[in-house]
Design a protein around this ligand. Sequence first.
Ligand SMILES: [Zn+2]
Length: 286
Amino acid sequence: MSPAQGWQAVGVGILRWVGSPVDVNCTLVRGDDVALLVDSGSTREEGMELRRAVEKELGGQELVVVNTHAHYDHCFGDSAFPESAIYASAGCVATLRQTGPAQRREAAESWRDEDPDFAARLEAARIVLPTQPVEGEALLDLGGIKAQLLVTGRGHTDHDLVVVLPELGALLAGDLVEESGPPALEDSYPLSWPLALGRILALGPQLVIPGHGQEVGRDFVARQRDQMDQLAEWCLGELGLGTRVRDYRGAFTPAALRTALERAQQELSAGPSPTAPTGPPEDLLP
Ligand SMILES: [Zn+2]
């Protein structure tokens, strides 16, 4: 249950803590006045462990929590931070309200054989809703460091939020970027995902911390954008809306490709996103 490594320094002023058994990144950014914790782990117990690690770092400094999206491994630890304001996209709040109990049940079920203790902790997770819903974007002044919370439009989910840290040249991407495995497609919008990655790249970050795995640079994100672009093209071809790309597989298993196709079909029938950004966001990074 304990992450073996504790905090790892990622660039200047950023600490990363890795959950277990789901290797989710929980990231701490410390300003002069306020500290920011991005994502809170999978269960209340994991959240409490994270909280103890945070308190050891911060002493009594004010802590604000951000959830990048509503998947359980990023936000079910929120209940360990009752004194903190919790920011998330408005879509994340709505999704968590709608899917939280089902996610808890399904996640517990999926871990039952492999890790029954973790499954029991998941089952007992108390789901709390983020207190500060963000529409579009919000700017937090941490003291010496600003954090821009930016809703990127459809991608890994329909409510992904990234945290841009202009002074540190860094961006916390949630699962819009994944390093330790191929991008997860279950709730995705495969046709829009490459556009969301394009928006991230337009911000010019030097350092990107993914939802899972090691920190990466711009090149990695550009490659993932290209990969998602090819996946979108493949989906359109399969659905009769473009040139058929034969033998495409990329980094995805046949099962993942079937998921991508189903999601692309749903994306097309869902129509345009009501919250899609219309252009690249203002360039905040130097
Ligand atoms: Zn996710």
